[in-house]
Design a binder for this molecule. Structure first.
Ligand SMILES: O=P(O)(O)O[C@H]1O[C@H](CO)[C@@H](O)[C@H]1O
Ligand SMILES: O=c1cc[nH]c(=O)[nH]1
Length: 235
């Protein structure tokens, strides 16, 4: 029984969807999974296991930011044997190519987090990347569903409220599509343990245009993302 999840062995599936928001985990379990059972409420970070198209899948809230996401990723993999981890989150668009509600798959994550500098003694700028097989599957799944998906690099930031919006402009110049707050930790820890990880996001804000998704569009956008995540997880 792990410190932060506290589930019994066997209660968590090998395939896990990871939203940051624990209430999104609840919504996913109640909306998409058959026979979903809640296996943790520790710190209010809800986790559920049920079935999608007959295959066991878990959905575990990971909180906001890399210190929190790293804890859940680590425990899911090392204590519960999770092998396929797909983050389903929201992001702020940095590029004009993206519109509110668009779905993004993160091929890799630039980050301002210090975690990998500590890991590699400041000597290497490690490049956290998605599992290629999962990414390819997600693109195929999205095409099969008729959902446009934009694949590219993103920024995993420590701060939601930044004092350096100028850096967002520079990153956009270098092809970074959007900003969120967990993917670099997910990709790094999954790689360390030879697990597969992918981040799929819905554009909830446009940073440059100052736009925000409304409640109904948010739910529709998240539905498309979650269905891609679930189909990819079981493929
Ligand atoms: O929608 P989620 O998955 O929480 O992801 C994004 O939303 C939170 C910030 O509002 C951060 O966790 C960020 O990564
Ligand atoms: O991390 C995030 C998530 C959504 N929107 C943002 O601007 N940042």
């Amino acid at each position: 029984m792990s410190v932060h999840i506290g589930a019994e062995q066997g209660q968590i599936a090998e395939r896990v969807l990871m939203p940051g928001d624990p209430l999104r985990a609840k919504w996913i379990a109640e909306t998409f999974l058959e026979d979903a059972v809640c296996y943790t409420q520790v710190r209010g970070m809800l986790g559920f296991t049920g079935r999608w198209k007959g295959v066991e899948v878990s959905v575990q809230g990971s909180g906001m930011g890399m210190p929190s996401a790293a804890i859940y990723t680590h425990e899911l993999i090392t204590e519960y044997g999770a092998r396929t981890l797909i983050r389903v989150g929201s992001c702020g668009a940095l590029t004009d190519e993206l519109r509110l509600g668009d779905v993004v798959a993160a091929i890799g994550s630039a980050t301002d987090s210090n975690m990998n500098r500590v890991r590699f003694d400041g000597l290497i700028d490690y490049a956290p990347v998605a599992d290629f097989g999962l990414l390819r599957t997600a693109v195929d799944v999205a095409a099969g569903r008729g959902t446009p998906i934009t694949v590219g690099p993103i920024l995993a930031a420590d701060a939601f409220y930044t004092d350096r919006p100028d850096l967002y402009d520079s990153l956009a110049d270098y092809g970074i599509l959007a900003v969120e707050m967990e993917s670099a930790a997910l990709y790094t820890i999954a790689a360390r343990h030879r697990a597969r990880a992918l981040t799929v996001l819905t554009v909830s804000d446009h940073i440059k245009r100052g736009e925000k998704l409304g409640a109904q569009e948010r739910e529709q956008g998240f539905t498309r993302m979650v269905e891609i995540g679930l189909d990819t997880a079981i493929a």
